[in-house]
Design a binder for this molecule. Structure first.
Ligand code: BG6
Ligand code: MG
Length: 220
């Protein structure tokens, strides 16, 4: 069996991917840029400042703002996002996740978090999941957001396990690429993801027997 399972947060543990989208949509609208769910797919797993750059580029506005103005736009987005996090509670954990976390604990499989979100600690707190994770990689100490494997490698190091002994779970294409580049096996949540070792339509299909079978088929 795997020694550890490492989770992405936004879109895997809880549906904050949609809250990120709503906050960015409001900021983008204020500066005359329309963003849709398709652009949002490209923002998943990408850091706050990189997300802003992509939105500006998509509106042809990448040269219109100074560094200071960009920082203020990103800060305002974050304020909107953090306010929307108030609606999170233990009932906001996506289907299948709480049961899987509990089963991993029973199986003595280590559990890690690899989110590039600086808000990850407060989200885990709101969900009541802090104690379910053995190690959470610190996004503030990461140089490169996904698709770079840095955050997954940091999570493996913190857990004291080699990537080859781990499974990573992601909902974003950039995240899948990060997992694959780290040398872990990838589980993708979402039908449009490419290059995944195991693809599931939603977290509701995720459970320990399935991960165990998947691990065995990959190692036979
Ligand atoms: C990732 C999200 O988890 O965190 C991205 O998928 C987000 O959409 C990134 O931009 C950074 O989040 P935050 O909370 O630090 O702005
Ligand atoms: Mg995600």
């Amino acid at each position: 069996k795997p020694q550890a399972v490492i989770f992405d947060l936004d879109g895997v543990v809880t549906d904050t991917a949609y809250l990120h989208f709503l906050a960015w949509q409001r900021i983008a609208h204020e500066i005359g840029i329309a963003i849709d769910e398709q652009i949002n797919e490209q923002l998943k797993g990408i850091s706050r400042m990189d997300s802003l750059e992509r939105i500006l580029r998509c509106g042809g506005a990448e040269h219109r703002y100074s560094e200071q103005e960009k920082r203020r736009l990103a800060e305002r987005k974050n304020a909107l996002y953090v306010a929307s996090l108030q609606q999170l509670n233990p009932g906001s954990v996506l289907p299948g996740i709480a049961a899987l976390l509990a089963e991993l604990r029973r199986q003595d499989v280590r559990v890690g978090l690899a989110s590039v979100s600086l808000n990850a600690p407060r989200i885990l707190e709101a969900l009541g999941l802090v104690d379910q994770f053995d190690f959470c990689a610190d996004a503030s100490r990461i140089q490169r957001s996904k698709p770079d494997p840095e955050i997954f490698i940091a999570a493996c190091a913190g857990l004291g396990v080699a990537p080859a002994n781990c499974i990573g779970i992601e909902d974003a294409q950039a995240g899948i690429e990060a997992i694959n580049a780290s040398g872990m096996l990838s589980v993708g949540i979402g039908v449009q993801l490419e290059g995944v070792d195991l693809r599931l339509p939603s977290t509701a299909e995720l459970n320990w027997p399935l991960l165990q079978t998947f691990w065995l088929t990959q190692h036979s």
